[in-house]
Design a protein around this ligand. Sequence first.
Ligand code: PLP
Length: 394
Amino acid sequence: MQRIYLDANATTPLLPEVFEAMRPFYLEHYGNASSIHQQGQQARAAVDHARDAIARMLHCRPAEVVFTSGGTESDNLALFGVLAPGDHMITSTIEHHAVLHAAHSLESRGVEVTFLPVTAQGIVEPTALLAALKPNTKLVSIMYANNETGAVQPIDALAGIAHAGGALFHTDAVQAGGKLPLDVSPHGLLKDVDLLTLSGHKIFAPKGTGILYVRRNVRLAPMFHGGAHERQRRAGTENVPGIVGLGKAVEVAAEWLKTDGPAKLTGLRDRLEKGILTAVDETGVNGEGAPRVANTTSIHFDHVEAEALLIALDLKGISVSGGSACQSGASEPSHVLTAMGLSAARARATIRFSLSKLTTEAEIDEALRVIPEAVAHLRELSPTYKKAESAVAK
Ligand code: PLP
């Protein structure tokens, strides 16, 4: 059975061209990029090539790109690298745990943290940030696109406010990577962003690869102590094949963004969303009306346990996620959805569908055939769901 993968916010497959770009750096060009001999120089050239490609995509200098092991490390490096006891940091209640838990850890080390609330659409309001700034606010960290709802934050306004207040601005752009243009140059939307996180495995590059963009004048204390790699910002022998794959994936993503691909992806997502809302009653889009990335929709199916629906769809060959994949196994309702004001029951009845540029129309048609059936079956077992017809019959 050909599976239908609608969980691209959890991870994406390697693109064949990314894999092919990486292959020689496992088998032939396996040198250490710090070695002086030819094999080392080959590896160094490949790392530099990838760094240049990423700098072109971000509109920054190559020296401002730091390679890491992924989104989690980049987020931690941004926060721990900048903050010290006595500083104040502002973040939001809908961040990924890579930021939220890092912030809690910093709190226990004497950093004061303010967690901003969000609107019912899952948006951080610039006025809320303005009101929370203090003279000792050192860093503001607000994600670009939310992993559960896809909601896009007003990053330009938020970063501008942070700068005007004398604070640095970090954005976790893991879920914006490959979906929105990212321009940190003085002419770009992200001109006031000082630190920006990206993860390879969300953009068809290998797992265990990531980027932290660090603006030139930002002083960043390293988390790892060792060699002088990455201009003393991230010690450890470079993951050369991973970095090569990341560079290739970024080039492919930048080209795709210039095509009609994003519009087509939005069309497919909207078709899935409208198809579900039309075919299944007592459903709704969480955070409806918010600006969103093209691929994501978060839908609640009232009177259904998302976990049961997820398993039912899995058995039919469809991969989706309930809330965030990073929390699987936890029975707590999603912190993102509850921060938006959803009841715990509704949060637990929510499925996240995240498409990718590999998703086809035929897959969406098949999903639209399977999902209503699966929901109807589960609702037959639900004690709280009363069908309209049976209410009329009584
Ligand atoms: N930030 C966001 C918004 C994410 O969605 C994720 C992964 O789900 C991460 C950070 C963590 O990235 P990684 O899996 O590369 O550590």
